[in-house]
Design a protein around this ligand. Structure first.
Ligand code: AHR
Length: 520
């Protein structure tokens, strides 16, 4: 391993030297080793999150079977169709903070008998539980994705959580499987991910790390693997830079099979929680600050991974970044508890930065979930009655889907800075992978909103015959898709590149996201 690292570093320096001798603009160089594939990029890094919050579920995904909006089993068809295009690999539900208030039995059985409850976290609105376990599992089936269910630790019980898993996944004879059958579902479902609470250091019960670690072990002990289903149990991890929480959990439970994944949450919040700024009316300072905060994701992952490495050097446990994205002020005139925000070219760059970072950490990051799927925070889709808008973030997810289950390629990026005031960040974000057919995909973002950048890219290892590309960019930093102008920001074919003597030169317009496909 060590010698191959040495080999690669020699290769990098040699390549840099050769390219230096040949090319003039040396500042932006991306060396890619195409024939030494690394770890598989889990498709689950491209996951999504649907909470009972505002109009994510109700109106966004679910309109009910009696709706005039065309639907399949109550799920709106336009949204389903769009989501299938981005190959959603897994969907997290029912929260978020809502999860630790959710009692799953409220959401099963005949609709007219389901309890109406108060959604205490999100606007105090009535939750009629018309969307529950069966509806969610149908949604995952229609999307062709895995279920990621978040259990209730904060206000639930061990028995309640254990029963839910049995109800969902067992085909044995038991009160829970009998109940499921009475509710119209004979066969058990498969559930891939199951989280043991959400943000239990906060809305999930305000627990200390020590208390949560003990509680989590107790809950985990009673979450069965039934009928061939193998749960990937996700323990509640910290947010941001709370490395002490990770340390406690790994020390207390990290070496036993109590959990397979540890969640982390990180939102980019410009200027603090009191005034997060507008999603569409912002200055270059806010643009820069957003990018700077987005790039912190790399440091956060490195920090938590380093702790995990000490207890789990084999990397058998995954980091699950099950909430991430930009969090801005709600759109004026909308319910502050509904977290509805527009989505601009800035969010597209944010998505590209995060997905590149997750790809780069494919050895440890095994799943991630954008917050959230529809109508909440950095959504991929916005809906208004029967209309939908695909956001710039949506387009990035569609462009980047080529990385799902591909193998990460080693790269060395040396690029200029994007300077604003007395601060600077790297101007380019990148990652690359090779898929099962041998096609190489390179995804790049130019974070500078004012400057075109040419990236020189020596390809070491293979020769390529054909290259195609797609680009997402816009006239303004804050260009967005509205219900009136839904195609203002959309990807187009990209051909501003050349390949000569194994060196690819890519001309990246300011504020752009590019994905290239290289065929041998
Ligand atoms: O995504 C919105 C909220 O942010 C989630 O409910 C919670 O987990 C986080 O604090």
């Amino acid at each position: 391993m060590k010698s191959s690292c040495v080999f690669l570093s020699i290769l990098f320096s040699l390549t840099a030297f050769q390219v230096n001798a040949q090319e003039k603009d040396q500042v932006n160089q991306l060396v890619i080793i195409t024939n030494h594939p690394g770890p598989v990029i889990s498709k689950d890094i491209y996951g999504h999150f649907s909470e009972h919050l505002g109009n994510c579920i109700y109106g966004g995904l679910w309109v009910g079977t009696d709706s005039k909006i065309p639907n399949t089993n109550g799920i709106r068809n336009d949204v389903l169709f769009a989501l299938r295009e981005i190959k959603v690999p897994n969907l997290r539900w029912p929260g978020g903070c809502f999860a630790d208030t959710y009692h799953w039995k409220d959401g099963i059985g005949p609709k007219e008998k389901r309890a109406s409850i108060i959604n205490t976290n999100w606007g105090g609105v009535t939750e009629d539980n018309s969307f529950g376990t069966h509806e969610f599992m149908k949604l995952t089936e229609l999307l062709g994705c895995d279920a990621y269910i978040n259990g209730n630790v904060g206000s639930g019980s061990v028995r309640e959580m254990s029963d839910w898993v049995e109800y969902l996944t067992s085909d044995a004879v038991s009160p829970m499987t009998k109940l499921r059958k009475e509710n119209g579902r004979d066969e058990p479902w498969k559930v891939k991910y199951f989280a043991i609470g959400n943000e239990n250091w906060g809305c999930g019960g305000n627990m200390t790390a020590e208390f949560y670690a003990s509680t989590m072990k107790q809950y985990s002990t009673f979450l069965g693997d039934y009928s061939g289903n193998q749960l990937y149990r996700v323990a509640c991890g910290p947010s941001d830079y709370n490395f002490a929480w990770t340390e406690t959990l790994m020390k207390d439970a990290g070496t036993r099979q109590m959990f397979q994944g540890l969640s982390i949450h990180y939102y980019s919040v410009v200027d603090g929680w009191d005034f997060k700024g507008s999603a569409t009316k912002f200055t270059e300072r806010e643009w820069f600050e957003t990018m700077r905060l987005n790039l912190e994701m790399d440091k956060i992952i490195k920090g938590h991974s380093a702790i995990m490495d000490r207890y789990d050097p084999q990397k058998s446990k995954g980091l699950v970044v099950d909430e991430w994205g930009n969090w801005f002020n709600v759109e004026p005139g909308t319910n502050p508890g509904f977290l509805f925000q527009q989505n601009s070219m800035r969010d597209a760059i944010t998505a590209a930065i995060h997905l590149n970072v997750f790809n780069q950490h494919a050895d440890r990051v095994k799943a991630a979930n954008l917050a959230q799927m529809v109508n909440v925070l950095q959504s991929v889709i916005l809906t208004k009655d029967d209309k939908i808008v695909l956001t710039p973030t949506y387009h990035v997810f569609r462009m980047f889907r080529v990385h799902q289950e591909a193998r990460l390629l080693n790269l060395d990026l040396r690029c200029e800075d994007y300077v604003f005031g007395d601060k600077k960040i790297p101007a380019i974000s990148a990652s690359a992978s090779v898929d099962k057919d041998g096609k190489v995909h390179i995804s790049l973002a130019n974070l500078n909103p004012n400057k075109q950048i040419t990236v020189t890219c020596p390809l070491i290892g293979d020769s390529f015959k054909k290259i195609t590309g797609e680009i997402l960019t816009a006239d303004e930093m804050n260009s967005y898709n509205s219900f009136e102008n839904p195609e203002n920001v959309k990807p187009v074919i990209f051909n501003r590149f050349t390949l000569k003597d194994g060196i690819l030169r890519i001309i990246m317009p300011s504020k752009s996201v590019v994905v290239l496909e290289l065929t041998k």
